[in-house]
Design a protein around this ligand. Structure first.
Ligand SMILES: [Zn+2]
Length: 114
């Protein structure tokens, strides 16, 4: 399952940071695109289970979903793609090229202040 692998990677990355940092992580923010999107609930559940006994235990995870973007072939503008109505927001052209989906990223980790 995609979310389990993601949770596993996050726990490892955050634990490593925690060791280097010497603090207890309390919150982390990750971001993902639309095509490789994670299910927030499934991810939180997996993260909670995997983080048992690690420095990440009990920390909160926030997921930001980044929109899919495209470049318009007519006016050259870049816009967020609305899947239910995919067209350029500037000129309403439906000729566009999708940009690469946002990767899954660990954006920031918040540590408990000493
Ligand atoms: Zn356009």
């Amino acid at each position: 399952m995609h979310e389990t692998v993601v949770a596993q990677n996050m726990v490892e990355a955050i634990s490593q940071e925690a060791r280097a940092h010497g603090g207890r992580p309390v919150r982390a923010k990750i971001s993902c695109g639309q095509l490789n999107a994670v299910n927030d609930e499934v991810l939180s559940f997996a993260f909670e289970a995997i983080s048992q006994g690690t420095p990440c235990e009990g920390m909160a995870l926030q997921v930001e979903h980044k929109p899919l973007q495209a470049t318009c072939k007519r006016c050259g503008g870049t816009f967020d793609v609305v899947l239910s109505n995919a067209q350029c927001l500037e000129c309403q052209s439906d000729e566009f090229e999708l940009l690469p989906d946002a990767p899954l990223l660990l954006e920031e980790i918040e540590f408990e202040k000493e």
